[in-house]
Design a protein around this ligand. Structure first.
Ligand code: NAG
Ligand code: NAG
Ligand code: NAG
Ligand code: NAG
Ligand code: NAG
Length: 353
């Protein structure tokens, strides 16, 4: 009884009389507010070391980030922010920043060693949820994981620019797995790994993304075991994007395991200052030269990919298919300028290597 009264008093003190908003300024308030309130403002919050900001939201909730949200340093796996809910709206106010303080973890080893680094922001929402205008600074490891249904992200900035000179690695931008009907658009990524990495999902659209310093607009398919079935990933489109100053522009990589990725479209992709391959499709990922794997890539449309790659070794196009696993590729208007030679062991319709 006493507990109830205390929580009630505490809770009402957080609700401003006029708009029924609940303001969170201390970490200890998060759980109570999230379970009682649907109009939430998180202002200048410090999340203690080793804790996650868990937003297990009620249907239809709105969350607004204001000011600086800082995550204190601890060597654990994260995610630092975890959002679940149906039909929720999560947004950043102008000038707001969520800061993972990656610079205090980076050691040039990413996820492969050194200190344990937390992943940053996990989205597992559904039902017409929207995440907009969110600025993430200095991801220690992966920035955003989207494992959501019917969810729309736009106006994001993933700013891991400082990692270029300070040992940032595996700072993937948007990682997509088990996601259906997701659109990510009008966003900027500055990082040291894939700008987007699709590992599984259906009905995914990426539009008007600008990627700087990344490893490109990627798929990372297949599992590490040959026996595992990674299922079907279908209907994925990348459109109207810029990839600048990175290793690859477009990178579709498959590993071991069974599975199929089909109905993939890349359209209107501008490249600039790419150092390895403009378009790199390789089915021998993580075992270079092994092209006897079963993973399939079907109906891959690439059109209007243009721009520049740098250096004598950079290849405009580089295709390494397995035996009989690539089919129905239809490409057009590939105009990638560079001095290196393309290599293809499979020829898409409409493209001469
Ligand atoms: C957040 O903190 C900054 C810097 O201390 C301050 O200028 C700003 O007014 C605070 N924001 C809010 C909404 O209290
Ligand atoms: C998304 O839909 C799939 C398939 O229906 C389901 O397995 C998964 O749990 C859903 N995820 C969320 C976050 O609702
Ligand atoms: C993909 O979109 C189509 C067309 O809207 C829809 O029929 C299908 O159910 C969607 N697939 C999934 C897995 O949600
Ligand atoms: C493909 O996915 C998009 C959403 O990303 C959807 O609008 C479209 O209807 C889907 N197309 C098919 C054929 O399922
Ligand atoms: C290949 O794409 C071109 C251009 O989009 C289109 O005109 C042509 O019909 C396609 N061919 C096949 C076999 O799908």
């Amino acid at each position: 009884m006493l507990g109830k009264i205390l929580i009630f008093t505490f809770f009402t003190s957080l609700v401003t009389s006029q708009q029924n908003e609940c303001v969170i300024t201390e970490f200890s308030q998060v759980e109570t507010v999230v379970t009682h309130c649907t109009n939430i403002i998180i202002t200048n919050l410090t999340v203690p070391a080793g804790e996650a900001l868990i937003l297990d939201l009620q249907d239809g909730s709105r969350v607004l980030f204001e000011g600086n949200i800082i995550f204190e340093v601890a060597y654990w796996l994260g995610h630092l922010v975890q959002v679940t809910g149906n039909n929720v709206l999560v947004e950043g106010a102008p000038g707001s920043i969520l800061n993972a303080q990656g610079e205090k973890y980076w050691d040039g080893m990413g996820g492969n060693g050194g200190v344990t680094k937390p992943k940053f922001f996990n989205i597992a929402t559904s039902g017409g949820s929207v995440f907009r205008n969110i600025y993430l600074l200095n991801c220690a490891h992966f920035c955003v994981r989207v494992a959501a249904n019917d969810t729309h992200l736009y106006g994001w900035t993933l700013d891991v620019n400082a990692g270029n000179l300070n040992g940032g690695l595996n700072t993937d931008g948007f990682g997509i797995s088990h996601a259906n009907n997701v659109i990510i658009e009008d966003s900027v990524v500055m990082n040291q790994d894939d700008c987007v990495a699709v590992t599984s999902g259906n009905n995914l659209t990426f539009r008007n993304l600008q990627c700087y310093g990344s490893h490109g607009l990627s798929f990372s398919m297949g599992s590490s075991s040959m026996d595992n079935d990674n299922g079907i990933t279908k209907n994925v489109t990348f459109r109207d994007c810029l990839v600048a100053n990175g290793l690859y522009g477009i990178h579709l990589k498959t590993k071991r395991g069974r599975g199929l990725v089909t109905d993939v479209t890349y359209e209107n992709i501008k490249l600039s200052g790419i150092t390895e391959d403009g378009i790199y499709i390789n089915q021998d990922y993580m075992d270079i030269g092994n092209i006897r794997r079963p993973f399939k890539i079907k109906n891959l449309k690439i059109s209007n990919v243009y721009g520049s790659i740098n250096g004598n070794l950079a290849r405009p196009v580089h295709i390494v298919c397995n035996e009989d696993t690539c089919s129905d590729w239809n490409w057009s208007d590939i105009n990638i300028i560079g001095t290196g030679r393309s290599y293809c062991n499979y020829l898409p319709l409409g493209f001469s290597c």
